[in-house]
Design a protein around this ligand. Structure first.
Ligand code: LLP
Length: 406
């Protein structure tokens, strides 16, 4: 749960707001965010980085209110499309604190970013051709695939040889030479991002070692990827350990005094957010090897795709009986397929229809990947702080579902 939350007599409070009351006031499903946690995480990263730059990977929670908080906290922002770029701009980020990524950038996306003075992370030779054709002065970094394999789900691994992202170590020298020769290009340095939800620090060190062979540059962006604890069984490194390791590797292998950036997404927002659902059905199914209790809620794969895409583990509680001894339950969504399982097994105390169920650690890549499967409107986002609940994104309506019809 967020640091700015508490459990009193089994009742959960987020940012001083009673969770059951939030569900009543705003309806469910609902994304509730402890604003203080966003700020404290941002400060933790900034303090650990010192002079270095902390770039929020906005894909983790691409919402104006979240971006504004990080803008105020002095972070920069990573955008991976024209849409994220527009969002960053409307949240007030100046161009020099925006970094454009992507392995399939359009000429239009590149031009918009260049015109804003954003940094471009060049991923491929086609990026260079498009920027060449544009011919406008551009700040660039080169994304390199360092060829390390980190231990995470294959879908979120990016730094291995054969990844679709960046230049291989073999191709990078040609990209560097082309950009050093281009009159329009101001080549700051190199970028790497080896993957996401990573627990071990060693792959970063190996990756830095790999990119160090490509020459000496003033700036290095070492990417994101720090894991968060979705369940208590595996503890990720702390921000201080993660950043300390990164800086130590950089100082040793790239040389002292470099302009260093890191790009966390998940680690900035995941624990700040929870999702609230209402229980709509409790069904016991008898099987030869035991009973299964399905607790069905009013959301599912439309508001959190992560369990279905990555087998991502979550836990749940009932918001007025947190910590009560329970029995094994399977939490499923309302969608028309059997794969719509939010949690294979969690322990809940006598769940019944009308209970409010909460899934913690849902502040990253959850809102971001929400969709309208089965015509389910996407949930609202509420910021909770010091007992005040502030709606920052409204719930979609049925009208929104056909609002783009022509
Ligand atoms: N930088 C780049 C270039 C990235 O591609 C990403 C994430 C990040 C930074 C931030 O990584 P983080 O610190 O959040 O691990 N949808 C997946 C995660 C995809 C991550 C994509 N890139 C999930 O729900 O786990």
């Amino acid at each position: 749960y967020p640091h700015a939350s508490s459990v009193d007599d089994g009742r959960l409070t987020i940012g001083g707001c009673d969770a059951a009351e939030l569900a009543r006031a705003f309806g469910t499903p609902l994304y509730a965010v402890a604003e203080d946690d966003l700020r404290s995480r941002a400060r933790e990263f900034r303090a650990a980085m010192g002079e270095g730059e902390v770039i929020f990977a906005s894909k983790a929670f691409p919402c104006t209110a979240v971006l504004r908080v990080f803008e105020e906290e002095g972070l920069s922002v990573d955008v991976a499309s024209g849409g994220e770029l527009a969002l960053a701009r409307s949240a007030g980020f100046p161009g020099d604190r925006i970094i454009l990524h992507g392995n399939a950038k359009s000429a239009r996306e590149l031009e918009t970013a260049v015109d804003m003075g954003a940094r471009i992370v060049v991923d491929n030779f086609d990026d260079i051709d498009k920027l060449d054709a544009l011919g406008k002065p551009a700040n660039v970094l080169i994304r390199v695939t360092p060829g390390v394999v980190a231990d995470t789900h294959a879908a979120i691994l990016t730094g291995h040889a054969g990844s679709k992202f960046g230049f291989s170590l073999a191709q990078a020298p040609e990209a560097i030479a082309r950009l050093q020769a281009a009159s329009w290009a101001d080549l700051h340095g190199l970028h790497m991002h080896i993957g996401s939800q990573l627990f071990d620090l060693e792959p970063w060190r190996l990756a830095v070692e790999a990119i160090a062979t490509l020459g000496d540059f003033p700036a290095y962006d070492l990417g994101g990827g720090l894991a968060v604890a979705y369940t208590p069984d595996r503890r990720p490194p702390s921000v201080t350990e993660f950043v300390g390791n990164m800086i130590a590797s950089a100082n040793e292998l790239l040389g002292e005094g470099k302009r260093l950036s890191i790009e966390p997404g998940r680690a900035l927002t995941a624990t700040a957010g929870v999702t609230l659902y209402s229980v709509e059905s409790v069904k016991d199914v008898d099987l030869p090897d035991g009973n299964v209790r399905f607790v069905a809620v009013d959301g599912g794969m439309s508001d959190n795709l992560r369990p279905m895409l990555y087998d991502a583990p979550y836990q749940a509680d009932l918001v007025d009986r947190v910590g009560a001894v329970g029995t094994p339950c399977t939490v499923v969504g309302k969608h028309c397929e059997s794969g719509d399982v939010l949690i294979r097994e969690t322990s809940l105390h006598e769940p019944k229809v009308g209970d409010v169920l909460v899934t913690p650690v849902t502040g990253a890549y959850v809102y971001a990947m929400a969709n309208n499967y089965n015509g389910v409107p996407r949930p609202p986002v509420v910021f909770c702080k010091d007992g005040d609940a502030r709606l920052v994104v409204r719930r979609e309506t049925f009208e929104d579902l056909h609002g783009r019809d022509v």
